[in-house]
Design a protein around this ligand. Structure first.
Ligand SMILES: Cc1cc2nc3c(=O)[nH]c(=O)nc-3n(C[C@H](O)[C@H](O)[C@H](O)COP(=O)(O)OP(=O)(O)OC[C@H]3O[C@@H](n4cnc5c(N)ncnc54)[C@H](O)[C@@H]3O)c2cc1C
Length: 479
């Protein structure tokens, strides 16, 4: 059966991949001339890649890890030492580490926390344990109920002091959803903490060995097209055309560069576009339906990614760093962490600026200058002296609406992949799955959508068998 999919981000590509596995023929329509959506990357005039965002893969991402295996590209994930490294703003240029020993979970996490004495006093550790441990033990059902609180509110209710929040959770909150603990839903941090503390390698991190567009999205497209599917760039979904009964008659594709608009007909249709453009494109009869009205509660959050090339090495650290700056979130020297960008002589820093609401409309030059000022605190040995490091070039990528802003009450608004329209489905990291707005969430949402469609279309014995295989893989991954 033919399935039309709008959006070639990880969710759209993952749904197409798993639909081909179940014997169907997907046609993916992407509005831009680049694959990957929020993981998209471009080559500049010098042949250097620049990305939409610094992306980290975690041990607690079963569906992504399985996808890499299925594509035969596992070796592209570069696993780092199991540690979390934080800058110490009060001692510029120094770091505090949480090193996870080779012990089963949760003991490795507990030891990592107990051994760190720079960021938490013994009193704070006790306070934190008293607040967090019961929440961890009470399970995901309890965690889901905390969606009525911001993380700050929840910590306060648990009797955890403001200092602990300042020390660790601002950095964690910014890295997970590009906002601060006084805005983010408690669900996000508690879900992440559960995954990190319950699985031995849950918080272990990997970098891709190059740009996600080339090293992850292209193999997905090869896999899809080798099995009869199609991926079309510069093919924006303009309108969802309806039959009289309110089901989908076709996807209207906007003709670009003077070409005519075109209608694509299929047996089933998927929107894998972000929630913000979906709300704009929803056919008016659907806008009255409660299922789609809830989407109003979801909105993409702004974020900015910078890549800066320097004339020298600023650090040898081969890991993600939590800046603990009010301007920046996480960063990494990609010349150390990523073999595709390796350079033994010069650093290439990739940094995430968040929260970005006050910066998203500023010029690239203004964003660069404020970031450089921040680097004086992160790398005091290389800036602000007689012979400061020289910036060779830079790229700033602004995303005014990225992943959904996970504020309290959002869980209730996240839709299932199946909609009330029998031949129309949703995929995207904003749709309901347990991995929130992440690459893992996007891939899992695509898999769940493919599963729902394969169930509905159920085409003959052999693909039913493949569908069962897909279903058991999904069950394993979501258990
Ligand atoms: C700066 C940054 C850092 C991040 N870091 C991490 C990280 O470290 N780890 C992690 O797990 N996640 C991270 N994420 C989140 C992760 O990138 C996303 O959750 C995931 O990629 C979302 O995938 P998606 O397919 O749901 O949506 P998207 O990637 O938004 O894909 C939607 C696609 O639809 C296309 N589209 C839009 N309108 C139309 C239309 N009308 N017709 C056709 N196509 C259309 C878009 O162009 C896009 O390609 C980060 C995100 C950002 C921005």
């Amino acid at each position: 059966m033919r399935v039309a999919i709008a959006g070639a981000g990880l969710a759209g590509l993952s749904s197409a991949k798993y639909l081909t596995d179940a014997g169907h023929t997907p046609v993916v329509l992407e509005s831009r001339d680049v694959l990957g959506g929020l993981v998209a990357a471009w080559k500049d005039a010098d042949g250097d890649w620049y990305e939409t965002g610094l992306h980290i893969f975690f041990g607690a991402y079963p569906n992504i890890l399985q996808l890499f295996k299925e594509l035969g590209i596992e070796d592209r994930l570069q696993w780092k030492q199991h540690t979390m490294i934080f800058n110490q703003p009060e001692k510029p240029g120094t770091y505090s580490r949480f090193d996870f020993p080779d012990l089963p979970a949760p003991f490795n996490g507990i030891v990592a926390i107990l051994r760190n004495n720079d960021m938490l006093t013994w009193g704070e550790k006790l306070q934190l344990a008293k607040g967090l441990v019961p929440a961890m033990l009470r399970g995901q059902k309890y965690v889901e109920q905390t969606d009525k609180y911001t993380f700050s509110e929840w910590l306060k209710r648990q009797g955890v002091s403001e200092e602990v929040q300042q020390d660790i959770f601002i950095a964690a909150s910014k890295s997970l959803n590009f906002i601060n603990p006084d805005e983010i839903s408690a669900v996000v941090l508690l879900t992440a903490l559960r995954a990190f503390l319950q699985e031995k390698n849950g918080s272990k991190m990997a970098f891709l060995d190059g740009s996600p567009t080339e090293r992850l999205c292209s193999p997905l497209v090869d896999y899809i097209t080798a099995r009869g599917g199609e991926v079309r760039l510069k093919a924006p979904l303009k309108e969802i055309l309806l039959n009289e009964d309110g089901t989908v008659r076709g996807f209207l594709i906007r003709g670009l560069d003077g070409a005519e608009d075109e209608v694509l007909k299929a047996d089933a249709y998927i929107s894998a576009i972000p929630v913000d453009p979906l709300k704009v494109i929803l056919p008016s009869p659907w806008q009255q339906m409660e299922f789609f009205q809830k989407l109003e509660g979801l909105e993409g959050v702004p974020v900015i990614n910078l890549q800066l090339w320097f004339d020298r090495k600023l650090t040898e650290i081969d890991q993600l760093l939590f800046s603990r700056s009010s301007l920046l979130s996480v960063y990494a020297d990609m010349s150390n962490t990523c073999s595709g960008y390796a350079d033994p002589e010069r650093s290439m820093l990739e940094l995430v600026l968040a929260p970005a609401k006050d910066w998203i409309s500023k010029s690239d030059e203004e964003i660069l200058q404020i970031t450089l000022a921040e680097l004086e605190k992160l790398f005091p040995a290389h800036f602000g002296q007689d012979n400061p490091a020289k910036l060779l070039k830079y790229h700033v990528v602004k995303t005014p609406r990225s992943v959904y802003k996970a504020i309290p009450g959002c869980q209730e608004c996240r839709p299932s992949q199946k909609t009330p329209i029998p031949n129309f489905y949703l995929a995207g990291s904003y749709t309901m799955q347990r991995y929130l707005g992440s690459m893992e969430g996007a891939v899992l949402s695509g898999k769940l959508t493919a599963q729902a469609i394969a169930e509905a279309l159920s085409v003959g014995n052999s693909s039913s068998l493949q569908m069962q295989t897909l279903q058991s893989a999904t069950n394993a991954a979501t258990a």
